[in-house]
Design a protein around this ligand. Structure first.
Ligand code: HEM
Length: 281
């Protein structure tokens, strides 16, 4: 925030154009790496070390491979020739990941001392984008924060549960722009029945969260940005599962919601925001 403040030219300055993605990525990566390995990857000037460049490259490749349809799932015979070369790509990626993680473990031992990066970064960026396109919601969030947090004090993590509208914005962002469109694939390890369907052992199940979030039978005006859907602890339609459900639910939910809430809330509290070129997208 202090860097954004300096770049914006300080208190009485005109609007300045800023690029958020790299900063949000740096911030989430730093939170994650401080938790996992006790070190920062990005410095304040956003320069990144060779190690963090490698790490980001690996995350980028992982996202690309995870998003590629695998033809051999449908025509297993093609597996023999590794038709799309996906197996080779995954093997290479696995090796790279092992090297990076082993390097962190070795370093940690010497000093005696997830995938969550992308999802938190993208959700925060989408939230800002939705707010810039819905200035009345931005205004409401600002009023809520100003009414609750004393003047001249920065928003703190323990304020977050008391800011229902800000939380509504995060939930509505996760609904409209879900970071995990199909959650993560699950595979049945034994025959089972779901609803009235017989599911054989070894079936891959994908949950189309994106379609659920846009179902007009579940949501009023599903494509509209309305944080109010989530106010008073209620969930319109009762069908929100951005972090999945059950035993394999996201482990990082608590961390993600806090990091996104704090980053978004502080950006709203500290700055006036406008779309580049004004207008509406
Ligand atoms: C906006 C942020 C995030 C979203 C939307 C998200 C979403 C998800 C979803 C949908 C799943 C699959 C759940 C299922 O299959 O039912 C998942 C799994 C997981 N997430 Fe997240 N996630 C986020 C951030 C994070 C963060 C920050 C971390 C770690 C620091 C994290 C760690 C994990 C782990 C370890 C799993 C696998 C859990 C398991 O298989 O048992 N996530 N996440």
């Amino acid at each position: 925030m202090s860097r954004l403040f300096r770049e914006s030219g300080g208190r009485d300055a005109e609007f300045a154009k800023v690029e958020l993605k790299r900063r949000l990525l740096g911030m989430t990566l730093n939170v994650m790496m401080r938790t996992i390995a006790g070190k920062r990857y990005y410095r304040e000037d956003m320069a990144c070390s060779n190690e963090s460049a490698q790490f980001m490259e690996m995350v980028g490749e992982l996202v690309a491979v995870a998003g590629t349809s695998n033809v051999t799932d449908f025509l297993p015979i093609l597996r023999v020739i590794d038709f799309q070369g996906l197996s080779r790509r995954i093997d290479r990626l696995e090796k790279k990941r092992e090297e990076i993680l082993q390097g962190l473990i070795d370093e940690h031992r010497r000093k005696g001392g997830g995938e969550g990066t992308n999802t938190s970064t993208e959700t925060t960026e989408w939230a800002m984008s939705l707010l810039l396109n819905n200035p009345e919601a931005l205004q409401k969030a600002r009023q809520e924060i100003d009414a609750f947090v004393e003047e001249k004090r920065l928003l703190e993590e323990n304020n977050l549960p008391k800011l229902p509208y800000l939380n509504g914005i995060i939930n509505e962002t996760l609904r409209l722009c879900p970071a995990a469109l199909l959650l993560l694939p699950h595979e049945s390890h034994e025959d089972c029945v779901i609803g009235s369907y017989d599911i054989p052992r070894g079936t891959i199940l994908l949950v189309n969260a994106w379609a659920i979030y846009r179902d007009p039978n579940v949501w009023v005006e599903p494509t509209k940005f309305m944080p109010e859907r989530f106010l008073d602890g209620r969930v319109e339609g009762g069908m929100a599962l951005p972090f999945g459900m059950g035993r394999r639910k996201c482990r990082g939910e608590g961390l993600a919601v806090r990091v996104i809430g704090l980053a978004l809330g502080t950006m709203i509290q500290c700055f006036e925001w406008e779309r580049v070129g004004g207008g509406h997208a």
